[in-house]
Design a protein around this ligand. Structure first.
Ligand code: ATP
Ligand code: MG
Length: 400
């Protein structure tokens, strides 16, 4: 048994000693069979949330309406969920309320894919009623039971299938894929935040190209925020080079490829956090500038190193080019800049105001900008005296 499970064993024992059943379940079992790092060891139990809370000192109600209590134990957090079914599906979404059951098997049955529907007991024995371990060996994503029914119950599962394709590099069982094709429009019933959450995991995964291809093939892509009518355009630029891009770079690539009238409005549809949206839009505008001309030192300085590298990576992806040589050349070019950002200037607004005995105003901003340009172009050295002489000579009229 892997260390993360061993550390959590006392929790299973505490539940069992109180007369309840308890097992490790879900993603951690899948990841341990795959030899991938195990995070989030989740536990399923016959104890009701109130009974779980009574047994442990430090608990947080994170999803009590779904039967989940968070237990804090020895610096780790464990989600402990009461065995449940989700029988009352409404509107193609997971239900608001749940029904508790007392068998592990019933609980495993409600889970999405066979690889996610395994459990392990305190002795490390695998409980695998739906042959999830075989699916893992075959690198196959398949639903527990009828895919048609399972996607009708909760349409988000179709997005989850795509994100697992990206994270694990697995293929989709043909029946499951067919069912996604048939039920793709149901994704419209799912809250955007939940779609975005899965989509981000898809972009962060190792195989986003294969996952995007799956979204395209099944028609799901066209039902994602802002992508209706853009499918064909997007598909024409999908290419395995995408697997080299980071999540942020992939957003930029997708917005550039979908080419909506207003990038900001497009990203708002996905309800991304403001900071993230701004960073994507900024990189996108640099990418567009870059597509029109080569980097020059001032453009590089204004972009900042990371944004420039992101824009360049997207540029290479559009050209289906190996980014490594261009990226390393750009890094070197950035290192050669005499100053990397405004805070490195040997002069600042305060010193300029003192020098010209003048209060701040638009003149100050313009002057700082001119100094920056002269520094980047190598006209002056980044030393206070040199800059002072240069500005006094260039702006004699400003001196009172
Ligand atoms: P990750 O490593 O990304 O956390 P995970 O498999 O643990 O992957 P979670 O979203 O944390 O995924 O869900 C935990 C478990 O709950 C899953 O393994 C699966 O058994 C079940 N599950 C999650 N979402 C659904 C769903 N929409 N329908 C059915 N079962 C689900
Ligand atoms: Mg998880």
């Amino acid at each position: 048994m892997l260390p993360p499970f061993q550390t959590a064993l006392p929790i299973i024992r505490t539940l069992e000693d109180a007369g309840f059943k308890a097992f490790f379940v879900g993603g951690s079992i899948r990841d341990s069979l795959l030899g991938r790092p195990v995070h989030d060891v989740d536990i399923a139990t016959s104890a009701k949330p109130e009974e779980v809370k009574a047994l442990f000192k430090h608990t947080v109600d994170i999803g009590i309406e779904h039967g989940t209590v968070l237990v804090l134990y020895k610096g780790n957090q464990y989600e402990i969920t009461t065995f449940r079914t989700e029988s009352a599906y409404k509107d193609y979404r997971r239900p608001e309320s749940v029904e508790y059951v007392d068998s592990l098997l019933e609980d495993l049955k409600r889970r999405d894919f066979t690889m996610n529907a395994m459990a392990m007991d305190k002795n490390g024995k695998l409980i695998d009623p739906f042959r999830g371990s075989e699916a893992i060996r075959m690198k196959r994503i398949e639903t527990v039971g009828s895919p048609e029914e399972r996607f009708r119950e909760d349409a988000l599962r179709m997005m989850r299938a795509a994100r697992f394709t990206s994270q694990l590099g697995f293929g989709i069982e043909p029946g499951t894929k067919q069912a996604i094709k048939r039920h793709a429009p149901l994704i419209r019933h799912i809250a955007v935040e939940r779609i975005t959450q899965e989509f981000i995991k898809l972009l962060e995964g190792e195989h986003p190209y294969e996952a995007l291809q799956l979204l395209q093939e099944t028609g799901l892509l066209g039902f994602l925020p802002g992508l209706c009518d853009r499918e064909a355009q997007l598909f024409s630029v999908l290419h395995p080079v995408l697997n080299e891009l980071s999540e942020q770079q992939l957003w930029v690539y997708l917005v550039a490829a979908a080419n909506p009238e207003d990038a900001n409005a497009f990203l708002r549809k996905w309800k991304l956090p403001n900071e993230k949206r701004k960073a994507i839009v900024r990189t996108l505008s640099l990418f567009r500038m870059r597509a029109g001309r080569k980097w020059d030192p001032l453009m590089l300085y204004d972009a900042g190193e990371q944004t420039a590298l992101d824009a360049e990576a997207v540029f290479c992806a559009f050209r289906r080019e190996n980014p490594a040589p261009r990226i390393s050349a750009l890094r070197q070019a950035f290192q050669k800049l005499p100053v990397k950002n405004r805070s490195e200037l040997a002069i600042d607004g305060k010193k300029l105001m003192a020098l010209f005995s003048k209060k701040g105003g638009p003149w100050l901003k313009e002057m700082l900008r001119e100094i920056e340009k002269a520094l980047i172009n190598g006209e002056i050295e980044n030393q206070y005296e040199a800059i002072r002489r240069w500005v006094l000579c260039k702006y004699p009229q400003e001196k009172k």
